[in-house]
Design a protein. Structure first.
Length: 241
């Protein structure tokens, strides 16, 4: 991993040592030597978390290395394509488009063709009609009169389409969403999406490791802003059994 960092994003360890030697030491010791080896989250999931944070914050210097690393760690081209599509809605179209050229170059280099990426209009996963009706009704009551366009797109484009695309498992789609929300500091959205992620199979230990991973890739303030919210969510789930 150390060599890849130097060779794929244009910043070598020699460059770092010449400018900020302590940063190079922290990178080798804490990120390369420890963080990615922690047992609480698979390297595949760490790649999903990291890619989501980079795209959400448009941190383009990290794209080449971490996209290659994600594919090496078991993220499929189909899944990577869905992550980019999903984050257009949760981080904005410009941020999603910012990674397109890098992913296309990576696919070309690896011989990934069109058959390996998802269809634009696949057969969707089954919809939880009861749960979605309750969500839509609640949002409509709160915001429908003032923001009918947002409410309508939220129902039609997100929860009756995007969230049902089969190219990314529901648990992983929620993991990507939670990672982007933390990276962007949008902690008020975490209760709904973290509960959804845990209902789909994300564990408490994995949730904690997501925050640990993002402390390095989005900064300590992002992690500490999320921790009280996540702590409350986890405590409520324990009480509810």
């Amino acid at each position: 991993m150390a060599e890849q960092i130097g060779s794929t994003n244009g910043v070598s360890f020699e460059d770092v040592a010449a400018v900020a030697p302590a940063l190079g030491t922290y990178t080798r010791t804490h990120i390369v030597g420890d963080l990615w080896k922690r047992p609480g989250l698979s390297v595949r999931d760490r790649s999903l978390v990291t890619i989501s944070a980079l795209i959400a914050r448009s941190q383009t210097v990290g794209y080449p290395h971490y996209i290659d690393l994600a594919l090496e760690n078991g993220v499929t081209p189909r899944e990577l394509s869905e992550v980019v599509t999903h984050l257009a809605f949760y981080a904005g179209w410009p941020n999603a488009l910012s990674v397109i050229a890098v992913v296309r170059e990576c696919f070309s280099r690896r011989g990934v063709d069109a058959s390996a990426v998802p269809l634009a209009n696949p057969d969707l996963l089954p919809l939880d009609e009861v749960g979605e009706s309750k969500r839509a009704e609640r949002v409509s009551e709160l915001f429908g009169d003032l923001f009918p366009g947002v409410v309508q797109y939220t129902t039609d484009a997100l929860f009756r389409d995007l969230w049902l695309r089969p190219g990314l498992l529901p648990r992983d789609r929620s993991l990507v969403t939670v990672s982007a929300l933390i990276a962007l500091g949008h902690v008020t959205q975490l209760p709904y999406h973290l509960n959804r992620a845990m209902d789909a199979g994300l564990t408490q230990a994995e949730s904690a490791e997501v925050v640990t991973q993002l402390a390095f890739y989005s900064g300590w303030p992002s992690a500490f802003a999320a921790m009280p919210v996540i702590k409350e969510i986890l405590e409520k789930r324990v009480k509810l059994g």
